[in-house]
Design a protein around this ligand. Structure first.
Ligand code: FAD
Length: 535
């Protein structure tokens, strides 16, 4: 190679020497050779800070980018050690690793804290490669570095923002989860993670998304397309075994994020995500439920008062009717005989009859009306749950074990909530009364709901003494009771129950195959128009 080093600055001379020593055949003319000047210009202008040192890191050559990054011109730095750039904040272990690697003839790559000529610190991303001679001995090192302070600061800022966002969402008392367009969980918080084990229904996000899609129907897609979001979608998760019933309120907001992968560099693509918040509102709902039960207790007490007046009056009318019939028969007999000496008796019989009829008619007028309520779609699970709560005190005091087995997604039926509540209260009270007479054995009350394509079923089963076979048809007759004292409803409870069931086109039977107590089976036609399932 023809040396023109005399015309170069000292650094270029050094570069020429190094190149000459390392690759004597690289430059010249012909195939596989590049012009020497072209190579020097390329190294000179490459936008990466390049330095070449001897074995002790004394600087022999720096390019233009090196001067730009470090602030040192070749005249300032040639002959100096690279340690001139050291900020001394870089831990010794990093230098140790650096030297350990390059001394072993390997390439070292890492980050150092450097000091600019002005004294300002910058973060350097540095690669050092050893240069070996023909004998494989290290003769020089080549260092290439760039200032990554800004990139590092932006990266740190993003990480800090992410940490901030994470700590904010983690401190939220609400379960939060970010879901992508394939229903995959991208980000969640502590409260969401707690739901995973609490609910035992797989991934809670998937479960709630299904409930939301079912409940919102076409509205779901509409809000998604418009990016509108939704609020206050409440769901009841029926308790099973030891798990108690819980209520949750869901809200969601969609947001669009531009893709950051290489595919999206020239073609802007984006993805839609959903931020779903799930709030446990069990406590609030329980409080509301307690208030509702309190008001139901008041209404039910009033209903019961009305019913007991009705039944007392009906009972009295029933009782009077019998002697009245006998008097009427006697009157007919006397009239038939037509004997004059009985005229006085006949008159007084007629008077008794008239005053009896007047008494019956007065009583008839005094019979209070049962309040009529609107016919609406009714979820029997909800109703039975309320009736169980109404009877909670009695059940606890008698130590009755309740097996509540609702079908989780029971279709609704059309009916009067008030009347149906009276019906189930009557049947459950009957079961409790039967269990209270049962001195030995287990005290068990089981209430289950079921459905098929036509009907909804309720089964109320107790482990009491049961109803003897011959009395099963009679219990639905007025004023018939199996209890010795008659009870406070004097045998009208099941009459009224049957009447309510008839009003709802339902059917009631005492299960003939059950001999462990009494099992009452009731069925109603389900509400087909809106056969949407309750939760
Ligand atoms: P030093 O006394 O220089 O070295 C600290 C430790 O490094 C020593 O304890 C020893 O374990 C090891 N060490 C030093 N010299 C040698 C050697 N010749 N052989 C084996 N081990 C040795 N440093 C920067 O801070 N910024 C840079 O940009 C930078 N660029 C470099 C580029 C090249 C090509 C090379 C070869 C080195 C570069 N260095 C750089 C490392 C630099 O030479 C110093 O080692 C470092 O700055 C620490 O300086 P010091 O004065 O604190 O300690």
């Amino acid at each position: 190679m023809k040396k023109t080093s005399l015309h170069f600055l000292q650094s270029h001379t050094n570069l020429a020497n190094v190149i000459d020593e390392m690759a004597p055949d690289l430059f010249g003319e012909g195939f596989n050779k590049i012009p020497y000047n072209l190579f020097v210009e390329a190294v000179e202008q490459v936008p990466i800070a390049i330095s070449i040192t001897d074995k002790k890191a004394n600087i022999l050559y720096v390019n233009e980018a090196f001067s730009k990054v470090t602030g040192y011109q070749p005249a300032d730095i040639l002959g100096e050690n690279e340690s001139i750039l050291s900020d001394k904040r870089t831990p010794r272990s990093v230098y140790y690793d650096l030297w350990y690697t390059i001394s072993a003839k390997k390439i070292w790559h890492g980050k150092l804290c450097n000091r600019h000529k002005s004294g300002q610190r910058y973060l350097s991303e540095l690669t050092i490669a050893p240069m070996l001679n023909d004998q494989g001995a290290i003769t020089h090192y080549i260092g290439m570095h760039r200032d990554i302070t800004q990139a590092y600061e932006s990266e740190k800022r993003v990480i800090n923002q992410k940490l901030l966002i994470e700590s904010v969402i983690n401190s939220s008392p609400i379960a939060m989860v970010v879901i992508d367009d394939k229903d995959r969980v991208i980000l969640d918080n502590h409260n969401y993670k707690a739901l995973v084990s609490d609910l035992d229904r797989g991934e809670p996000a998937g479960y709630f998304l299904q409930l939301l899609r079912d409940e919102m129907g076409p509205l779901w897609q509409l809000t998604q397309e418009n990016g509108q979001g939704f609020n206050n979608r409440e769901f009841k998760l029926e308790g099973k075994g030891r798990r108690k019933t819980r209520w949750f309120s869901c809200a969601g907001n969609w947001f669009v994020e531009n893709e950051v992968n290489a595919d999206a560099f020239f073609e802007n693509t984006s993805k839609q995500y959903l931020i779903l918040t799930i709030t446990d509102i069990t406590r609030q709902r329980r409080q509301m439920e307690e208030l509702h039960i309190q008001s139901l207790k008041t209404t039910m007490a009033e209903d019961e008062r009305v019913r007991s007046i009705r039944e007392t009056l009906l009972g009295a009318m029933h009782q009077i009717q019998m002697p009245m019939n006998q008097i009427r028969a006697a009157e007919q007999l006397l009239k038939h005989k037509g004997e004059a000496q009985h005229t006085g008796l006949l008159d007084s019989l007629q008077q008794i009859q008239q005053s009896g009829e007047a008494a019956i008619s007065t009583m008839q007028n005094c019979i209070p009306e049962i309040l009529q309520t609107a016919v609406i779609p009714v979820n029997l699970n909800q109703l039975l749950h309320e009736v169980l709560l109404l009877s909670e005190q009695k059940l606890l005091s008698l130590d009755i074990e309740v097996h509540w087995c609702p079908l989780p997604e029971l279709p609704t039926m059309l009916g009067s909530e008030n009347r149906l509540r009276i019906l189930f209260k009557q049947l459950i009270d009957n079961a409790i009364d039967a269990l209270s007479t049962n001195e030995s054995g287990e005290q068990r009350l089981k209430i289950a709901t079921e459905t098929d394509s036509e009907l909804v079923y309720v089964c109320i089963e107790d482990s009491g003494p049961g109803i003897p076979l011959e009395k099963r048809a009679k219990v639905f007759e007025p004023f018939y009771t199996t209890r010795p004292m008659g009870g406070n409803q004097a045998g009208m409870g099941l009459v009224m129950a049957k009447e309510i069931i008839n009003q709802h086109q339902g059917f009631i039977e005492i299960d003939p195959d059950y001999d462990q107590g009494c099992r009452v089976k009731i069925s109603f036609p389900l509400h087909k128009q809106t056969a949407k399932r309750g939760i």
